[in-house]
Design a protein around this ligand. Structure first.
Ligand code: BGC
Length: 447
């Protein structure tokens, strides 16, 4: 059987996010987030699910770290719940919230697992949303203060820091498509929010550098791939637009100090103007240490007049799909990481999420998720191809350690290496967990 060998220095691990796993939504002084409000509003989340209890990781974090340790993970990416730290987003600090993350981080460090801390994975304090949320520039000030608190508190313990997870989702899925909290459908709002998210990123990086905080700081960007259906310029431009909306719109300001003009013009044509203020671009355009890319899927696509925001349609080609109906397109990972390297230079790249949603059946205490193993095999092959072709990928994090609250899809869509019984919170290692453990231990895999 052929073998794929990974570099010895490669970092391996898994990723999660606070609202998706912690639960304890009303405990120890945590304030409400927009996801509490959104998920408790009927019709927003499948089956009326919410994150009140989730995986109960707030109480079971030690068990989760044990799972990571047994897996052999070197890195664990998690996010901090802003309303646990500042229940109303600003004002009074909640010491119990800080204590939870101290306990979590100390335990990781004790086990030799490097913490990767994401400051914002979508759970904006509701009190800030009540004053306009990310559309209000004051939220950027509040974020900067929250970031400063977290940097000072965990300085010296956290190895990797990430500012905003997937600003595309936080801006457009949440404020243009309305499928994520806070659930608005307004393009101008989405464009305003996206600028403030990028600005918040910049402000946090500035605080980080000014304070001389240890560790590396980066982002976590949506990455996807669209392969043009034909070489007609309209198909090629449509694909470029979709990829650029995911990547260029958020990373060009950081690396080039300007927004991609073709997208500024495109949104203007669709009725939304980009508003920036003097000095914003200087704050945003500061060196970062790595780019995090979250990759799940890709498509063959072509231009379609007046179709949605970007005038593009995906073509149904007979690819296998995961249970969430995303085509399995591992080649897209190879291509999109090349795209990042070509556009932004030889900066270290970290795959901060990659994984598959499958129909998992617990039978006789086992989950035999061969389909997920196959997905990982295909995508890790693409990772290896990218590395072999000179792309500076330094780490890989599987999404996710645990089955968890899959946002608007609720608990019905499972992505974990570990199965969670949501009635008892019992954790059961799936076959993919054992498979990934072997890959980490060996540094190679059979294909
Ligand atoms: C997000 C995760 C989410 C995953 C699967 C990513 O967009 O960062 O929070 O669970 O995709 O949908």
């Amino acid at each position: 059987m052929p073998i794929i060998q990974f570099p010895k220095e490669m970092k391996w691990g898994t990723a999660t996010a606070a609202y998706q796993i912690e639960g304890a939504a009303f405990e120890d002084g945590r304030g409400l987030s927009i996801w509490d409000t959104f998920s408790h509003t009927p019709g927003n989340v499948k089956n009326g699910d919410n994150g009140d209890v989730a995986c109960d990781s707030y109480h079971r974090y030690a068990e989760d770290i044990e799972l990571l340790d047994q897996l052999g993970a070197n890195v664990y990416r998690f996010s901090v719940s802003w309303p646990r730290i500042y229940p109303t987003g600003k004002g009074e600090l909640n010491p119990k919230g800080l204590k939870y993350y101290h306990d979590l981080i100390d335990k990781l460090v004790e086990k030799g697992i490097e913490p990767m801390l994401t400051l914002y994975h979508w759970d904006l304090p509701q009190a800030l949303q009540d004053h306009g949320g990310w559309a209000n520039r004051e939220t950027v000030d509040a974020f900067s203060r929250y970031a400063e608190t977290i940097f000072k508190e965990f300085n010296g313990k956290v190895k990797y820091w990430q500012t905003i997870n997937e600003p595309l989702c936080a801006a457009f899925l949440s404020n243009y498509r309305g499928v994520h909290a806070p659930g608005f459908k307004d393009l101008q709002l989405a464009v305003d929010v996206s600028h403030h998210l990028v600005l918040a990123h910049g402000r946090a990086v500035k605080v980080f550098r000014d304070l001389g905080i240890e560790g590396k700081i980066g982002t976590a960007t949506n990455t996807t791939w669209r392969e043009p259906f034909s070489n007609k310029s309209e198909d090629m431009e449509a694909c470029k637009r979709e990829i650029g909306h995911n990547i260029d719109w958020f990373l060009d300001p950081i690396f080039k100090g300007e927004y991609p003009q073709y997208l500024v013009d495109w949104f203007k044509n669709k009725g939304a103007d980009l508003h920036t203020e003097e000095g914003d671009m200087e704050i945003i355009c500061q060196p970062i240490d790595f780019i995090g890319g979250n990759y799940y899927s890709g498509n063959i696509a072509r231009y379609k007049e007046n179709d949605g925001l970007l005038d593009i349609e995906n073509i149904e080609i007979d690819y296998d799909q995961t249970y969430i109906e995303w085509p399995i397109y591992a080649d897209g990972l190879y291509k999109v990481f090349h795209y990042l390297a070509e556009r932004y230079g030889n900066i270290p790249l970290f795959i901060t999420e990659n994984g598959a949603c499958c129909i998992d059946k617990l039978e006789n205490g086992k989950v035999m998720d061969q389909d997920r193993i196959k997905y990982y095999q295909q995508h890790l092959t693409a990772v290896s191809r990218a590395i072999e072709s000179g792309i500076n990928i330094i780490g890989y994090l599987a999404w996710s350690l645990l089955d968890n609250f899959e946002w608007a899809e609720g608990y019905g869509k499972r992505f974990g290496l570990v199965y969670v019984d949501f009635n008892t919170a019992e954790r059961i290692k799936k076959d993919s967990y054992y498979w990934y453990k072997k890959v980490i231990a060996n540094g190679w895999m059979e294909i």
